[in-house]
Design a protein around this ligand. Structure first.
Ligand SMILES: CC(=O)N[C@H](C=O)[C@@H](O)[C@H](O)[C@H](O)COP(=O)(O)O
Length: 228
């Protein structure tokens, strides 16, 4: 196993992301989030965009899973869709490149295996495949991915569930030879422990730690629901 991926074993990875429109958008805020995550016990980070990847890496020295989002979840493949995106994120200091590992067509028409091959050969970095199903995970493994993550479960059709997809995590742990990272809608300490007990190599938590806008919305919505 790649040494950076090996070093993440059993740990908490904190995703520090704030999209435009979020008052915390910007590398200075993400660097502060990353420092707080480090002090709190994170052993790795996930960040989006060249500025944020560089900022959080420099602020902490932690390994960063880097992505570049092009468009949004509604656009199909949007997490590090092309080699040019991966190259930019590698140049910004990412230790691992994460990319969409679903079966959906990529915007440049390239297959996942040729993207992964180029990342390995030209950037010398490991690749994390963000998948949504066992089938996608099988394909990503055959395409040469170094690590799988459940990141895109719930985001490729239908309603987004409220909780994490522990069933997919279990299925991937059972069927894949690769390490599997639990990611997506982990909101409680109990759920990250459950993921680890289910065999997750590590757990990524984003919104619940680094997105006060969404955290506030959840509290406010709970009060609204209680009143109605
Ligand atoms: C679907 C999608 O766009 N996921 C993104 C991937 O990087 C992020 O927006 C998530 O915050 C991240 O996966 C962590 O998950 P959560 O924030 O639920 O802990």
């Amino acid at each position: 196993m790649n040494t950076v991926i090996e070093a993440l074993k059993g740990g908490l990875i904190v995703s520090c992301q704030a999209a435009p429109g979020n008052p915390l958008h910007g590398p200075q805020f993400m660097a502060a989030m990353a420092r707080a995550a480090l002090q709190g016990g994170a052993i790795g980070l996930r960040a989006e965009g060249t500025q944020d990847v560089t900022a959080v890496a420099h602020a902490t020295g932690l390994p960063v899973i880097g992505i570049r989002k092009v468009g949004s979840v509604a656009d199909g493949v949007f997490i590090t869709p092309t080699f040019q995106d991966a190259e930019a994120i590698a140049g910004a200091g990412a230790a691992i490149i994460a990319t969409d590992g679903t079966a959906r067509p990529r915007p440049d028409g390239q297959g996942l295996s040729s993207l992964i091959k180029r990342i390995h050969e030209e950037l010398a970095l490991p690749v994390m495949a963000d998948v949504d199903s066992v089938e996608a995970a099988d394909h990503a493994q055959q395409a040469g991915a170094d690590v799988l993550a459940t990141t895109l479960s719930g985001y490729t059709g239908g309603l987004v569930p409220s909780g994490p997809d522990i069933d997919l995590l279990r299925a991937l742990v059972r069927t894949s030879a690769l390490p599997v990272i639990a990611e997506g809608r982990y909101w409680t300490p109990e759920s990250v422990v459950e993921a680890t007990e289910a065999g997750a190599h590590a757990v990524v938590v984003g919104t619940a730690i680094t997105n006060p806008l969404e955290i506030t919305r959840r509290f406010a919505a709970a009060l609204d629901a209680g009143r109605s």
